[in-house]
Design a protein around this ligand. Structure first.
Ligand SMILES: *[C@@H]1O[C@H](CO)[C@@H](O)[C@H](O)[C@H]1NC(C)=O
Ligand SMILES: *[C@@H]1O[C@H](CO)[C@@H](O)[C@H](O)[C@H]1NC(C)=O
Ligand SMILES: *[C@@H]1O[C@H](CO)[C@@H](O)[C@H](O)[C@H]1NC(C)=O
Length: 277
């Protein structure tokens, strides 16, 4: 590529958001809503296409008489949502990529879909849990590390100032290592886990230039918080009572057996031995 053509690409990037569009993240196996920023007017052809890795277009859906219908390769996975768009379900890794809503051949909306796979992590209520995440930070202009739960802020720590911002409910509860940048360890530690902490946690680093975000590895963790089990050392009074009764019955049965069976047999045995002399 010559210098001028690179400049041309950069100029194009600036005008059409570098063909990146809005970022939408969705979880592997789940569903996502894809909508255009505006609808088509009149009888223009309104379609949703996906750009494959080799840049070839694949029709995902097209609007016919006001209703979105799936393209050939999407028959069982596309459903109509509104005049603006569709829901794509049972997401797979190949659903990653660039989606274009086009109106009469002209692009109206670009969407960059990112499918993430989440590591399952579980903790019981009140416990401490670590959600792993790493990123190769050496030599990269990194502004901050950021964690989100279901799309909202959990914690963000600035690299230079070490200033921390918390999402509601995570003040003093979530933390990342102060050395995160030096070691590339973005892992999140959550203390005093509560049932409402359940959700999908995604980790990112934000780059200096226009705060572009990059996902860490693994990109996400799905946290499950289970109800705390009763302490095994602590026995309820009812159980104790039951236990007491059980041991009493064992004693009673032993006494009964001794009196009714062993006693008379010993007597009979004694008498028999005596009579044999
Ligand atoms: C779309 O479906 C056709 C027919 O089933 C198939 O040949 C083609 O490989 C599919 N394309 C993609 C990108 O999945
Ligand atoms: C990453 O940091 C967490 C604490 O934030 C720590 O528990 C964990 O051991 C670190 N991982 C490695 C590989 O050092
Ligand atoms: C986050 O999303 C998960 C899965 O969609 C859901 O089960 C959980 O309740 C959500 N948590 C919050 C706090 O919204």
């Amino acid at each position: 590529m010559t210098r001028t053509s690179i400049l041309l690409v950069l100029a194009l990037c600036a005008s059409v958001k570098c063909l990146l569009g809005d970022f939408v993240t969705a979880k592997l196996g789940e569903s996502v809503k894809l909508s255009a920023s505006r609808s088509c007017t009149g009888d223009e052809k309104f379609t949703l296409i996906k750009r494959l890795k080799d840049d070839s277009p694949l029709t995902v859906a097209l609007r016919v008489d006001g209703v979105w219908e799936p393209g050939l390769n999407y028959t069982s996975r596309i459903s109509h949502h509104s005049v603006f768009g569709v829901v794509l379900s049972r997401l797979n890794i190949n659903d990653n990529g660039l989606y274009e809503f086009t109106c009469g051949g002209e692009i109206v909306t670009l969407i960059q879909l990112e499918i993430f796979r989440a590591t399952p992590v579980s903790v019981s209520e009140g416990g401490t849990v670590e959600l792993p995440c790493y990123y190769y930070t050496a030599g990269e202009l990194v502004k901050s590390v950021r964690w989100e739960r279901n799309g909202s802020l959990v914690i963000e720590m600035d690299r230079a100032s070490r200033e921390i911002r918390y999402g509601t409910g995570f003040e003093g509860k979530g933390s990342v290592s102060a050395n995160w940048y030096l070691e590339g360890n973005l892992s999140l530690t959550l203390k005093r886990a509560q049932l409402e902490d359940t959700g999908d946690y995604l980790c990112y680093i934000q780059q200096d230039e226009d705060a572009k975000r990059r996902r860490g590895h693994p990109a996400a963790a799905t946290l499950t918080v289970s109800k705390r089990h009763p302490d095994p050392d602590h026995v309820c009074p009812k159980d104790e009572e039951k236990k007491g009764m059980e041991s009493w019955s064992i004693v009673a049965i032993t006494v009964f057996l001794t009196l009714v069976i062993v006693g008379p047999s010993a007597f009979v045995l004694g008498w028999w031995l005596k009579s044999c002399r």
